[in-house]
Design a binder for this molecule. Structure first.
Ligand SMILES: Cc1cc2nc3c(=O)[nH]c(=O)nc-3n(C[C@H](O)[C@H](O)[C@H](O)COP(=O)(O)OP(=O)(O)OC[C@H]3O[C@@H](n4cnc5c(N)ncnc54)[C@H](O)[C@@H]3O)c2cc1C
Ligand SMILES: *[C@@H]1O[C@H](CO)[C@@H](O)[C@H](O)[C@H]1NC(C)=O
Ligand SMILES: *[C@@H]1O[C@H](CO)[C@@H](O)[C@H](O)[C@H]1NC(C)=O
Ligand SMILES: *[C@@H]1O[C@H](CO)[C@@H](O)[C@H](O)[C@H]1NC(C)=O
Ligand SMILES: *[C@@H]1O[C@H](CO)[C@@H](O)[C@H](O)[C@H]1NC(C)=O
Ligand SMILES: *[C@@H]1O[C@H](CO)[C@@H](O)[C@H](O)[C@H]1NC(C)=O
Ligand SMILES: *[C@@H]1O[C@H](CO)[C@@H](O)[C@H](O)[C@H]1NC(C)=O
Ligand SMILES: *[C@@H]1O[C@H](CO)[C@@H](O)[C@H](O)[C@H]1NC(C)=O
Ligand SMILES: *[C@@H]1O[C@H](CO)[C@@H](O)[C@H](O)[C@H]1NC(C)=O
Ligand SMILES: *[C@@H]1O[C@H](CO)[C@@H](O)[C@H](O)[C@H]1NC(C)=O
Ligand SMILES: *[C@@H]1O[C@H](CO)[C@@H](O)[C@H](O)[C@H]1NC(C)=O
Ligand SMILES: *[C@@H]1O[C@H](CO)[C@@H](O)[C@H](O)[C@H]1NC(C)=O
Ligand SMILES: *[C@@H]1O[C@H](CO)[C@@H](O)[C@H](O)[C@H]1NC(C)=O
Length: 596
């Protein structure tokens, strides 16, 4: 067992805690001792696995994270910083390749670069996906352990469903029977009441726009209160939850930050047992060894990127880039899928929106000091209070023909085709006040890729989500927008909404005459990064001739290497991906423990 010796970092960042985190840029690192497991990436999945494996004091784990330590980074603590902007220091500054079905736009593609990973910078939205998503995964993989019934126990295990920051009575706003109250991750319902909320609730009915008391019960269809990864008015991340001081204090867990992993290596045959990395800002290569397994948790972009850099991918392509192939696995980096999202906005006849917090320094300072003193107010709140997840209206002949043509995309009866998120403002510096709707296609058919850049294989990867490459995604987004216009077509909205923003007025009047040209153009110019990319290290059945990992998440054809992160989902689990990733990592930890 390794003894911790490093103290420098302790005194700098966490003077009062007994836990030790090594900083690769200046600490002497624990590299001479073999750890049982080396985990690459301290994001959502990596943090969960590091925690669960070290519950057994006989098992040693080394976690390598490229970003800095998370403590004291206020922008990752105050939920409202999602709208104010989290500094790029804590992000991978990625951009997509020009999107040929989105007017050749290159779209900014942020990812978290800090302990806690993307959970430290994400939209805090808590979605579990539907029973049919997991049942489909179980069918596709041939492992019934991925079915909803089994995954629900992990969802309940991982969370503490806590009170909202304003302490209001949440009876009827969720279903306690499907939630957990003693897990590491604190989550809660909205903690700040907005004028907007009552408008949404007034519009609901039992027919087209039903209320769903808990969209995380397995049936996600309908409108309801949005759960967020917030506890006591503060963002919770994989690091605050799974790498809290009491866990970092475990003598069998070593965490190294500012450690940039470049490759995994096999020092003997096909047994991957070595991880190559360097300290940020220092190109000297260092190596560390795992006596059991190397676990890739670098996320859906960097996991396939590191595998390809290591020679695990398509032989011919790698050879053409002068990378020595060590294992022919053509699916690495392929099949990439992401939710397709866009915003539309209106000015509103109200002053009660979050816009003043963006454009009025006094209002912002007041809100911050309220957060700072009591963890309440708009800054303590999540990014949305209410959301809707819907299927297309199948009494409409247009929709019937879409369903006929693309039946493969429909996961099941309780899985939504699209989502509508109600946003109480607009990201702009103008002095007006706004309402925005975020639309998302949740079961998209477009597939893209993560590849090495042939002209610079050591440089950043090429990221191609290929938004709107499938006409299906265009057709579903149209239905989403039309449903939204319908939702907003009567009182109280007609009094509340003012001028539509960015050409939206023209779109609305054109669809009235059956002309979708302007709408399609708005979509191609408006599609944003969906942030939910998956499938770049896809799971497939044992023996399948496609895919990257088996249902137990071991890389096909290699020993000692597993992938545990969002990249193994073969399709987007209908909704946002952080909770499915926490849950996947919880089950993966049990699978790994079971194979010890
Ligand atoms: C801007 C944004 C908004 C989002 N909004 C939401 C939301 O509202 N709700 C939701 O459910 N999901 C959301 N997501 C998605 C969600 O955060 C991800 O699905 C989830 O974090 C995936 O977990 P992961 O473990 O696969 O990867 P990550 O959490 O991204 O973790 C990967 C970790 O690996 C580290 N790493 C990468 N490369 C290396 C390397 N070479 N060496 C060492 N370490 C490395 C990274 O720094 C990072 O810490 C959002 C994501 C983003 C970026
Ligand atoms: C750890 O190892 C010791 C010695 O082999 C053994 O007695 C003990 O049961 C193990 N503990 C666990 C939690 O596996
Ligand atoms: C992203 O850009 C910022 C600002 O230039 C920088 O500090 C940060 O290190 C960059 N992130 C990565 C992963 O290189
Ligand atoms: C996108 O780029 C391609 C290749 O450069 C070009 O052929 C195409 O016309 C461009 N499309 C648009 C909409 O600009
Ligand atoms: C919350 O509301 C429910 C239903 O209205 C009520 O039964 C319950 O007593 C309330 N709880 C508290 C703590 O006030
Ligand atoms: C749906 O119907 C029930 C029973 O009639 C009623 O109590 C409820 O308020 C209705 N919900 C909506 C959103 O209209
Ligand atoms: C919530 O945060 C406040 C302000 O930091 C703190 O005083 C309080 O103890 C916290 N409450 C809980 C339950 O953690
Ligand atoms: C770079 O890292 C190597 C290996 O740890 C170390 O010997 C060297 O001093 C470092 N260089 C600098 C400038 O920190
Ligand atoms: C891929 O390359 C490796 C290493 O050069 C070689 O051993 C293997 O046979 C190749 N596999 C295929 C399918 O080409
Ligand atoms: C918003 O505030 C401005 C300035 O305080 C005021 O003139 C205006 O009437 C307000 N508008 C609404 C809709 O309340
Ligand atoms: C800015 O916010 C402050 C505090 O809420 C408010 O008193 C002031 O009127 C606002 N300024 C403008 C220009 O709206
Ligand atoms: C936030 O609160 C802390 C004490 O909890 C105080 O030291 C600090 O000055 C406050 N910051 C601001 C900007 O109000
Ligand atoms: C918003 O209002 C402030 C104060 O009146 C003014 O200084 C600023 O220029 C305005 N910003 C815009 C974008 O109109």
């Amino acid at each position: 067992m390794l003894k911790k010796t490093s103290v420098a970092f302790l005194t700098v960042l966490a003077p009062l805690c007994a836990a030790v985190v090594y900083d690769a840029t200046f600490d002497a690192l624990p590299l001479s001792t073999k750890h049982d497991y080396v985990i690459v990436g301290g994001g959502v999945a990596g943090s969960v696995v590091a925690n669960r494996l070290t519950e057994n004091s006989n098992v040693s784990v080394l976690l390598l994270e490229a970003g800095p330590f998370h403590k004291g980074v206020i922008e990752t603590e105050v939920p409202f910083y999602f709208w104010l902007g989290i500094p790029s220091t804590y992000q991978w500054n990625y951009t997509t390749v020009p999107q040929s079905s989105a007017n050749n736009r290159s779209i900014s593609y942020p990812r978290g670069h800090i302990l806690g990973g993307s959970s430290a910078i994400n939209g805090l939205v808590y979605d579990r996906a539907a029973t049919s998503d997991f049942d489909k995964l179980a069918n596709m993989s041939g492992d019934s352990g991925w079915a909803w019934e089994s995954m629900l126990t992990y969802y309940e295990k991982l969370e503490t469903f806590g009170p909202p920051s304003d302490g209001h009575n949440i009876t009827g706003q969720f279903d306690p029977s499907v939630h957990g109250f003693s897990g590491p991750l604190g989550v809660s319902l909205p903690g700040y009441s907005q004028t907007l909320d009552s408008l949404v609730l007034e519009t609901l009915n039992n027919d087209t726009f039903p209320y769903n008391q808990d969209s995380n019960s397995g049936n996600e269809i309908g409108f309801g209160w949005q759960v967020s990864t917030i506890h006591n008015g503060t963002r919770t991340t994989a690091a605050t939850a799974y790498l809290a001081d009491n866990y970092l204090a475990r003598p069998n867990l070593d965490v190294v930050v500012n450690a940039f992993v470049t490759r995994v290596l096999a020092s003997n045959g096909s047994q991957i047992d070595t991880v190559e990395f360097h300290a940020v800002g220092n190109t000297t290569n260092l190596e560390v060894q795992a006596s059991q397994e190397v676990i890739m948790s670098a996320g859906s972009i960097n996991t396939p990127y590191i595998l390809l850099s290591s020679g695990i991918g398509d032989n011919a392509t790698l050879s053409s880039m002068n990378i020595t192939p060590i294992h022919h696995l053509p699916s690495v980096g392929q099949n990439m899928s992401d939710t397709t999202v866009m915003y539309v906005s209106w000015e509103v006849n109200s002053n009660d929106t979050f816009d003043p917090l963006l454009n009025n320094e006094t209002a912002r300072a007041e809100a911050f000091s309220e957060w700072n003193a009591t963890r309440t107010g708009r800054m303590a709140n999540g990014v949305i209070n209410l959301s809707g997840m819907l299927r297309m209206n199948d009494s409409d002949p247009t929709v019937q023909s879409i369903y006929q043509q693309y039946s493969e995309s429909v996961a099941g009866s309780n899985d939504a085709d699209f989502e509508m998120l109600f946003i109480d403002g607009y990201i702009s510096t103008s002095n007006s006040t706004y309402f925005s709707m975020l639309y998302g296609v949740l079961s998209p058919l477009s597939r893209g890729s993560i590849t090495l850049n042939a002209s610079d294989p050591l440089g950043p990867p090429l990221i191609d989500p290929n938004y709107f490459a499938s006409e299906y995604d265009v057709l579903v987004m149209r239905q989403a927008l039309l449903t939204g216009f319908n939702f907003l077509s009567s009182e109280p909205w007609t009094s509340y909404l003012g001028t539509p923003v960015n050409g939206l007025a023209e779109v609305i009047s054109a669809v009235g005459t059956g002309d979708f040209t302007a709408m399609d153009e708005l979509m191609r110019n408006g599609v944003q990064n969906g942030a939910h990319l998956v499938a770049t290290s896809s799971m497939s059945p044992y023996g399948a001739d496609w895919g990257v990992v088996d249902p137990d998440l071991r890389v096909k054809g290699l020993n000692g290497l597993r992938v545990v992160d969002a990249s193994v989902y073969p399709f987007v689990p209908g909704g946002a991906t952080q909770l499915p990733t926490y849950c996947l990592a919880e089950r993966a930890s049990d699978i790994i423990k079971g194979s010890q």
